[in-house]
Design a protein around this ligand. Structure first.
Ligand SMILES: NC(=O)c1ccc[n+]([C@@H]2O[C@H](COP(=O)([O-])OP(=O)(O)OC[C@H]3O[C@@H](n4cnc5c(N)ncnc54)[C@H](O)[C@@H]3O)[C@@H](O)[C@H]2O)c1
Length: 429
C-alpha cells in the first residue's frame, strides 16, 4: 500500500471546489463532441459489463480522457487514474474526476519524477484486473515492482506508439506476462490520432505558445511516420517550407515523393527555423546540430518521451538560460545565438502552457477503441495469451461505423457477388 494522496487531498478546500467546477465544464464540452463515447456510455450504463472489474490507468488526464474514465466507471468498473506525463495533467479535470464515487484520480500537473512514480504505484493499490496505459509506465511498474498483481490481471490496452514498441520489446524477451492490446496500431487510432491529431494540435500549441506564424518558415520535421506525416502536412498547409529527416529509406522516399525536402539533420539544422521531433527515438537533435543552428530557432518535440532533443547537451553548451515566454526556455550560446526550447522538450501538444492535446473528435475515436478493448478483455480475456495483441478488426470497424452514422455519412456495402469475388482465388482474366 502507498500513502500517496488523491488530488482531492492535495488541493485546498477552496481551490478544490472551483477546480471541480471548471473541470466539469471542460468535460461537458468534450462530451458534447464525442458521439462514439456517448453510444458506448449508453450501452455500458444499460448492461454494466464492467461490474466487479478494477481498472488502473496512466494517461494524459484532461477532459477527453476524463470522458473515457467516466464511461468505464459508468460501465460498473472501479477506476484509479494518474498522468502519463508530468506536464499534461489538467488539475481541474483531475479534481472533477475524483468526485465520481467509482473513480480515484492521483494526477497533478508539474509533479517531480518521484511523485510521478509514486502516483503510478498508488493506482496499483486498487489491485487492478485491467490496465490502460499511454507509454507503458503501468505495465513496467507492475512487472518490476508488483509482480504479485499479475495473476489477477485479465489484460491491458496501450494507447501510443512508444508504449507498443516497449511492449513488443518486452514480449520479444518473453518478459510480458499478460495480454495487452496495441490500440495504437488500429486504423481508427493511428490514421486519425497520430496523423491529424498530432499534426493539428502540435502546430496549434507551438503557434499559441510563441505567437509566431508558420507562413514562410522552414519547418524541420524529424521522422516521417504517422505523427511526422501529420505535422508535415499541416505545416505545409499553413504555408511553411517543410524539410523532413528520416532513417528509414521508404519513409524518406515517401516524404520526397510528397514534395518535401529530405536531408540529414546535420544539413537541416543549418536551414531550419522550427524543429519538431516525432521519431519516438532518442538523441535526434544533439550538440553538432545546436552548433550550426540559426539565432532564434524554435525546438519542440511531439514524440512520447522528452529524449529526442538532447537538453543536457544544450545546457552544457549554453552560457545563459532564461524563460523567454511562458513555456519557452531560451538557451543562449557563447556567440550570442539563442535556441528556444518549448515545453521542456516534452510532447508539445500536451505539455506546452497553452495546449489542449488532440482535437476532441479525434480522441473520441481513439477512446472508442480503448473502451471496446476493455470490454473485449472482460468478455473474452481468456482467449488471449500473454503478449501484445492486435485489436480484433471487427471492433475497430464498429467504432468507424458509429462515427460515420453520427456524422450522417452513409457508404456502400459489398454485394454478395463482390464479397464472393474478393474472397476467391479462382477468378482470373
Ligand atoms: N504528441 C502526441 O500526441 C502523440 C500522438 C501519437 C503518438 N505519439 C508519439 O510520437 C512518436 C512517433 O509516433 P508514430 O506513430 O509517428 O511512430 P512511427 O513509428 O510511425 O514513426 C516514427 C518515424 O521516425 C523515424 N525515425 C526513427 N529514428 C529517427 C531518427 N533518428 N531521425 C529521423 N527519423 C527517425 C522512423 O523511421 C519512423 O518513420 C512516438 O513516440 C509516439 O508514442 C505522440
Amino acid at each position: 500500500m502507498t500513502t500517496y494522496p488523491p488530488i482531492s487531498e492535495q488541493l485546498s478546500a477552496a481551490d478544490l471546489e472551483s477546480a471541480r467546477e471548471e473541470g466539469r465544464r471542460k468535460m461537458e464540452w468534450a462530451a458534447q463532441h464525442m458521439p462514439i463515447m456517448a453510444a458506448i456510455r449508453g450501452e455500458f450504463e444499460a448492461e454494466r459489463p464492467l461490474e466487479g472489474d478494477r481498472i488502473a490507468m496512466a494517461m494524459h488526464v484532461e477532459a477527453k480522457t476524463a470522458i473515457l474514465v467516466e464511461v468505464l466507471a459508468d460501465g460498473g468498473a472501479e477506476v484509479a487514474i494518474t498522468g502519463c506525463n508530468p506536464l499534461s495533467t489538467h488539475d481541474d479535470v483531475s479534481a472533477a474526476l475524483d468526485t465520481h464515487e467509482n473513480i480515484t484520480s492521483y494526477a497533478r500537473r508539474g509533479v517531480d519524477d518521484e511523485a510521478y512514480y509514486e502516483a503510478i504505484h498508488a493506482t496499483l493499490d486498487l489491485e487492478p484486473t485491467i490496465t490502460v496505459d499511454d507509454g507503458m509506465d503501468l505495465v513496467a511498474a507492475i512487472h518490476e515492482d508488483y509482480p504479485e498483481l499479475i495473476d489477477g490481471i485479465v489484460g491491458g490496452a496501450e494507447e501510443t506508439t512508444t508504449g507498443v514498441h516497449r511492449l513488443r520489446a518486452m514480449d520479444d524477451d518473453d518478459a510480458l506476462e499478460y495480454p495487452v492490446f496495441a490500440v495504437n496500431d488500429t486504423p481508427m487510432k493511428r490514421l486519425f490520432d497520430n496523423v491529424h491529431g498530432t499534426g493539428e494540435s502540435s502546430l496549434a500549441s507551438i503557434a499559441m505558445t510563441t505567437n509566431l506564424s508558420w507562413a514562410s518558415k522552414n519547418v524541420v520535421v524529424a521522422g516521417f511516420g504517422y505523427c511526422g506525416k501529420g505535422v508535415a502536412r499541416k505545416a505545409a498547409g499553413q504555408n511553411a517550407n517543410v524539410i523532413v529527416t528520416e532513417v528509414e529509406p521508404r519513409r524518406a522516399l515517401e516524404a520526397h515523393m510528397e514534395g518535401y525536402d529530405v536531408m540529414p539533420m546535420a544539413e537541416a539544422a543549418v536551414r531550419g527555423d522550427v524543429f519538431i521531433t516525432t521519431t519516438g527515438n532518442r538523441d535526434v537533435i544533439v550538440e553538432e546540430h545546436f552548433e550550426v543552428m540559426q539565432d532564434g530557432v524554435l525546438l519542440a518535440n511531439a514524440g512520447h518521451f522528452d529524449i529526442e532533443i538532447d537538453l543536457d547537451g544544450l545546457e552544457e553548451l549554453a552560457v545563459d538560460t532564461y524563460e523567454a515566454r511562458d513555456g519557452v526556455q531560451a538557451y543562449e550560446l557563447e556567440d550570442g545565438r539563442r535556441l528556444n526550447v518549448i515545453a521542456e522538450g516534452r510532447l508539445v501538444n500536451l505539455a506546452a502552457p497553452i495546449s489542449l492535446g488532440h482535437p476532441v473528435e479525434v480522441m473520441d475515436q481513439s477512446f472508442g477503441v480503448q473502451a471496446a478493448c476493455v470490454r473485449e478483455l472482460v468478455d473474452n480475456g481468456d482467449a488471449y495469451d500473454a503478449g501484445v495483441h492486435d485489436v480484433p478488426d471487427d471492433l475497430d470497424r464498429e467504432i468507424a461505423e458509429i462515427k460515420l452514422e453520427a456524422e450522417g455519412v452513409t457508404f456502400d456495402d459489398l454485394t454478395e457477388t463482390q464479397h464472393e469475388y474478393m474472397g476467391s482465388w479462382d477468378h482470373g482474366t
